[in-house]
Design a protein. Sequence first.
Length: 296
Amino acid sequence: MNEQYDAFSHESTAISVRKIKSGPPLSWIVDAFRLVRAHWKTIIPAYLIVVVVSTLLQVVVGSLQPYHIGIGTMVVLVAVTFLAALLQSGMMAVLHGAAENRPRVSDVFRGFKGSNLLGMFLLFVSALAIFAVFALVMFLLMKLFGGSSMMGAMNSYGSPYGYSYTRMMAEMMGGSSLVVIFFLAGALMVTALLFYAVPQIIVSGESVFSALKNSFLATFKNLLLLLVFGVNAATLYALLLLVSMAGAALTTSMALIVVVMVVVISGFFLIFNGAYYLSFREVLLARPEAAKVENA
């Protein structure tokens, strides 16, 4: 028991926001593969629990009648989404334990325990509020810059004193461009607030306010590096998917194609989970040197 507590001690989970130097383009992904390979007996069973339970939760959601959406249905949808988020958050604990050489499958349920459950609930509520505010702001901006500008330009076109076609299109595009700029800026801020919030709560036990603040600062300090990481991960995913589909298609067996696709997608997201955790570890944990994988 003492060994397990050491994996989540203050020494190994203290938060320190910092800007890191860029490394090899796929370094986090390669290191994640090594981490999974070194502790596959723990990480893979934990991941299978997440996949199976998440699939069952999706079946529950799919069984709801979409044409009878009421308060009860909405409550079930929110509850199922929260349960799936709790379970997925547990992978951060499993990966942290593995990185500290204290792996344990049961850490996948860490989000359901004590202060972690409360923290995740408050974060979930905060995320809903943030998305609601973002949606409201975008709606108001559409009314102010997009809708009114576009409708005004269209209504005036063809009138005796109306705009020319070129001027009408310019005004429409001007309003739309402003909305797009505001949308991209707002989406970036929302992403920065939430990007590293979950692992801070699950691994480090941070409060929701601190987790959001630290996530915002860490994301913007390492924005370019994280964008490169995202592009590399998306490119690798697309290549793996394309190669696996091409290989499976040669067999003309639909069952084999489905199996290969499921294996490739599941395997990629397992490695991506590890890469995401390692990025959090390097950007925010105060003792990243402990992430060296033994026998990798």
